[in-house]
Design a protein. Structure first.
Length: 146
């Protein structure tokens, strides 16, 4: 039971990430262009928020590893899923892409940032679906994501 709770915790964090990015996208539409400062790149509020989301992804990747180790003995199948999700996350270059999105936001390139966010959200959704594959609660959680 504890294993299942931990597993759903990881899924919940991913769902929170998707919701955070979605709310950031709606904020982008309401911002005036011209958030760029004089000489250097001025940090925009959206860029700062994106950095927070990136830190959450980095923490989530670390939790995947920790949770996989904790589950290894009692539930090796779920542990393997978490390891695969961690590998997929690294292959998708989520951390690097988050930095690129932050830079685009700070440069007020909102359209480009929005497009990159959409691609990143789709990749994160695919991670969630992978984690929830063959699970009885997966349909409910997938609906929550949409």
């Amino acid at each position: 039971m504890k294993d299942r709770i931990l597993f759903y915790f990881a899924s919940a964090i991913l769902i929170f990430f998707v919701d955070s990015v979605r709310s950031q996208e709606s904020s982008q539409r309401n911002l005036p262009s011209g958030l760029q400062g004089g000489e250097g790149i001025k940090k925009s509020p959206l860029g700062v928020r994106q950095q927070r989301i990136k830190r959450m992804i980095v923490e989530l990747e670390a939790q995947f590893s920790e949770l996989a180790r904790a589950l290894q003995k009692e539930n090796p199948e779920q542990a393997e899923k978490l390891v695969e999700a961690f590998k997929s996350s690294k292959e998708m270059l989520l951390e690097k892409r988050m930095d690129e999105i932050t830079e685009l936001l700070d440069l007020s390139k909102l359209d480009s940032a929005g497009e990159e966010q959409k691609k990143t959200i789709e990749d994160v959704k695919s991670l969630i679906e992978f984690l929830l594959k063959d699970d009885e609660e997966s349909d409910r959680i997938k609906e929550e994501i949409k």
